[in-house]
Design a protein around this ligand. Structure first.
Ligand code: FAD
Length: 470
């Protein structure tokens, strides 16, 4: 194709492929829900090559779909079926450019794997606190573009709270040099904040400056069995009183999800004597080596037992046991992928509303979808609950799209009544563009379209993601 020949003239030959086999994994998402086609897969080696690609895309009006680790759960990194777009993988921009232990900052390129960034911080006796089930594959560009959350948000916030500076490339190829490690900067509009969470629709992220934190020297991990989400929130209040800012994670899972995880993901085991209706995963951590986190956790869980807030608890006695507990939590997405036809949500409500929200969803599902199992898992300390409806295996796969539309409408109606959000951390991608239009104030949507127009006047950056096509 003539347009690609122009690109070949300015790119290293290893940066462009049209080989169907090499392209195949980049044309579908992690769950296999979305499938697309592309003109080529581009794998630039550096910022200059990314810029050259965007100049070419602007000149030829070619849509560009950026892709990181391809672990996103909303279809944002999968091109549409037209085959008109190029997939732009940032995987080869994978250098840690700097670690500053005086200012506690780290600069990572977009293609760095999240786990490698955590390790780079640890090698410098610091903590990079972002932690997700996909951390072994997802990349810095992807976590920035989705404003990822994960299990440590309760203490450290989402990616937006961790980014100090951003280097990104505009649709026309201009590089915006914004990696300043400043903790205070009020010089006009916070453009960086617009790019974070924009899912590749406003700019291509090439590097980010992150805050680092003191590395925890002591930690304590527990898995608790309890009766209800409201008991979980009472336990969280108790823990806040005793452990305060030492709470790094506080996660909730229903027994249905626990059962799927134990059945479907090898290497998982329940460290409690019996099954319970609900489970809470807790991690306390302290950068002070004399911090009494184990004692605090044991004492608080003892008090909770006496108060009848929980039935049982397993406190990890070693790092191996702590890892095994977290493996149970991280394996949920894999269990859901293997479980069968599911429709899942990434909702959030005010933390105090979580129990009532769960009850409302359970009642709706029992009424409208009695054939489905309704499951819940999530970051309850942030009010972020993943609602999962698992339909019988015999459900025809081609019915799933229509089913999802109906289920979404019902769940989002409940979310609306609670004043919550239809997506807390996974983003809109291509899955929820219609829902965003329905559930956003029209004036706010107008502003979003104006922002898109300002960053990407030709509409070549990830078209069809986030904002529905006009
Ligand atoms: P991709 O999937 O490749 O892309 C995601 C979006 O970002 C797409 O719209 C893409 O176009 C855009 N994008 C990618 N790179 C760039 C770039 N350089 N510049 C501009 N746009 C770009 N998410 C959470 O928030 N919390 C969790 O706890 C969590 N747990 C997960 C567990 C599992 C097992 C899995 C599979 C996913 C989980 N996710 C979670 C979702 C996903 O991992 C995150 O959204 C992650 O941030 C995506 O990173 P990625 O590199 O795979 O991005």
């Amino acid at each position: 194709m003539a347009a690609l020949d122009d690109l070949r003239a300015v790119l290293d030959p290893t940066a462009i492929t049209t080989d169907p086999q090499r392209m195949a994994p980049h044309l579908t998402d992690w769950r296999g829900k979305h499938r697309g086609a592309a003109l080529a897969l581009l794998r630039p080696r550096n910022v200059e090559e990314v810029s050259a690609i965007l100049r070419w895309a602007t000149a030829t009006r070619t849509p560009v779909v950026p892709q990181g680790g391809n672990t996103g759960l909303s279809g944002g990194a999968t091109p549409d079926a037209s085959g008109a777009a190029v997939v732009l993988s940032l995987a080869r921009l994978n250098k840690i450019r700097a670690v500053d232990t005086q200012g506690d900052t780290l600069i990572a390129e977009a293609g760095c794997i999240l786990a490698d960034v955590q390790q780079a911080a640890a090698n410098n006796n610091r903590l990079f606190p972002l932690s997700l089930g996909s951390e072994g594959s997802c990349q810095i560009g992807g976590v920035v573009a989705t404003n990822a959350g994960g299990i440590n948000v309760i203490r450290y916030g989402t990616v937006r709270d961790l980014v100090l500076g951003l280097e990104y490339i505009r649709a026309d190829g201009a590089v915006i040099h914004g990696l300043k490690p400043l903790r205070k900067d009020n010089a006009s509009y916070a453009l960086r904040e617009l790019v974070i969470g924009s899912e590749g629709t406003l700019a291509i992220v090439t590097a980010a400056t992150f805050r680092l934190f003191p590395r925890p020297r002591v930690s304590a991990t527990a898995l608790c069995g309890l009766d209800s989400p409201s008991a979980a929130l009472k336990l969280l209040s108790l823990l806040k009183q005793s452990a305060g800012e030492r709470i790094s994670s506080f996660e909730l899972m229903c027994d249905g999800e626990m059962g799927l995880t134990l059945d479907l993901v090898p290497g998982t085991a329940l460290p409690l004597e019996r099954r319970h209706s609900w489970y809470v995963f807790i991690e306390l951590a302290d950068s002070d080596p004399s911090g009494r986190v184990s004692e605090l956790l044991t004492e608080t869980l003892g008090t909770a037992l006496e108060q009848g807030l929980l039935q049982d608890a397993a406190i990890a006695q070693s790092e191996t046991q702590a890892k095994a507990i977290w493996h149970l939590r991280f394996a949920v997405a894999e269990a859901n992928r293997r479980a069968g036809p599911i429709v899942s949500h990434d909702t959030s409500v005010a933390v105090a509303d979580v129990p009532a929200f769960i009850t409302a969803v359970e009642a709706m599902a029992a009424d409208c979808f009695p054939e489905a199992r309704t499951l819940f898992v999530g970051h309850v300390g942030d009010g972020n609950i993943h609602v999962v409806l698992l339909f019988p295996q015999e459900t025809p796969r081609d019915r799933l799209g229509d089913l999802a539309t109906v289920v979404n409408e019902r769940v989002f109606a409940i979310i609306g009544a609670f004043g919550g959000s239809i997506t807390a951390e996974h983003g809109i991608g291509r899955s929820l563009t219609g829902a965003l239009t329905l559930h956003t104030q029209p004036e706010a949507l107008e502003l979003m379209r104006a922002v898109k127009q300002a960053f990407d006047p030709l509409g070549i950056l990830n078209p069809g993601a986030v904002l529905a096509r006009p």
